[in-house]
Design a binder for this molecule. Structure first.
Ligand code: GTR
Length: 394
């Protein structure tokens, strides 16, 4: 009898494991039927900027907020900026380093977060600014300097100011402790809400506070601001920009599932896999779609349109199958219809994913795929910066 139970148990666990095995075969990708970006909930076809901005965009935004990412609260009572001196400036020749503590108060409580900003010493400001949302555990809060992941020196040489904050300055990147930052201190009423503030929303909130700082800085041209995220913070960057129109260019590198990639393809990471491993990233409502991607009232091709007409850039790495490079490309090429059909930009991706031979830099949308693994590399930055120069010239 005992051996029968063991046998049944093993069989059940094997079946469960088999279900969780990621799919990496294109032939096994299900036939995907996507919700139409331009068909309103009342069944009206959306054609004009006014219809888009008054009707369809708010509908899509509301769906992402309630079903995928959760809210980013915008209210607080006060905020103040304090410059501190804790770290050595690694580039004293070419840049000034500002370490800023931003303290936000709400309902008698407060939270302090840290932003580090490098400003070029040469050239005449105000400078365009690039903000990177960092989450790498090997760089503790406020100490990140890595010439590949965050190439400060090269960005400064090219005339940009550049800043970064660590995700953990507002919400730890862990299931057990993600609330131990702004969520429990400033916005406790969000806890337990099915569409409430979670880690991505908290990190996005922090990017907004960094932007508040840039806006009042005489040496920063905040109208030329770039928000950059890799992987989990690429997902965050996209949702942040959908919430905050102050970012001129948004760059999501290898953001994959719940970011750039079409969820219904179920290639690589799935909604179930991401919610199981990272239950604190997305709104609780997102779990309704575990192994039920077809039931989503939206898909990720609708996300770039929430940022339009401001520029959006995606990139992928060939070996990063977990993030589904083809799904990322499809997400942007289908999403760019808002740029071309509503805003009249030259933003039509003409190549199939399989035929791509180099970067595709169109008007306000761009994409590249490079060889190699999941990472944010200097090659990614270099190609992306070409897009930035082109975009700021247009
Ligand atoms: C993975 C996760 C991905 C991606 C990545 C990262 O473990 O499954 O969705 O976000 O982490 O952020 O590096």
């Amino acid at each position: 009898m005992r051996s029968v139970w063991i046998w049944i148990f093993t069989l059940t666990s094997l079946t469960a494991m088999a279900q969780q095995e990621p799919n990496y075969e294109e032939s096994k990708v299900p036939a995907v039927v996507l919700p139409d970006i331009f068909l309103s909930e009342k069944g009206k076809w959306i054609r004009t900027i006014e219809e888009w901005e008054k009707v369809r965009r708010p509908e899509i935004f509301q769906l992402f907020e309630s079903e995928v990412y959760g809210k980013i609260p915008k209210d607080f009572d006060s905020m103040n900026f304090e410059k501190v001196k804790e770290s050595l400036n690694p580039y004293p020749e070419s840049a000034d380093l500002e370490e800023i503590n931003i303290t936000v108060r709400r309902n008698g409580k407060y939270h302090t977060m840290r932003v580090n900003l490098f400003l070029p010493k040469s050239g005449k400001g105000p400078f365009p600014v690039i903000l990177l949302i960092n989450y790498l555990p090997k760089y503790p809060d406020g100490k990140l300097v890595d010439e590949s992941f965050w190439p400060v020196k090269k960005l400064i040489e090219r005339g940009f100011a550049t800043a970064s904050f660590h995700a953990e300055t507002v919400a730890p990147d862990l299931t057990e402790s993600y609330q131990q930052g702004i969520i429990s201190t400033l916005y406790p009423e969000q806890i337990g809400q099915p569409n409430g503030l979670k880690a991505f929303g908290a990190w996005g909130w922090a990017a907004m506070r960094a932007m508040d700082y840039f806006e009042q800085h005489p040496q920063i041209d905040s109208k030329k601001s770039v928000l950059v995220g890799h992987s989990r913070t690429g997902k965050t960057a996209l949702w942040t920009s959908a919430n905050d129109p102050r970012w001129a260019i948004t760059y999501a590198n290898e953001s994959g599932c719940g970011g750039a990639a079409i969820s219904r393809r179920k290639y690589g990471e799935t909604v179930e896999a991401i919610n199981r491993r990272f239950p604190y990233w997305f709104a609780d409502n997102f779990r309704k779609y575990n192994e039920r991607e077809e039931a989503l009232p939206l898909d990720q091709h609708m996300l770039p349109g929430l940022i339009a007409p401001r520029a959006v850039y995606y990139s992928s790495a060939r070996e990063d199958r977990w993030a589904d490079p083809k799904g990322e490309y499809l997400g942007l090429s289908l999403g760019s219809r808002v740029f071309s059909e509503i805003y009249g930009k030259k933003a039509v991706f003409e190549q199939e994913f399989e035929a791509l031979s180099g970067p595709v830099h169109l008007e306000s949308v761009g994409y590249h795929i490079r060889e190699g693994k999941h990472d944010l590399t200097w090659e990614d930055w270099r190609i992306f910066l070409e897009f930035v120069s082109k975009t700021y010239k247009e």
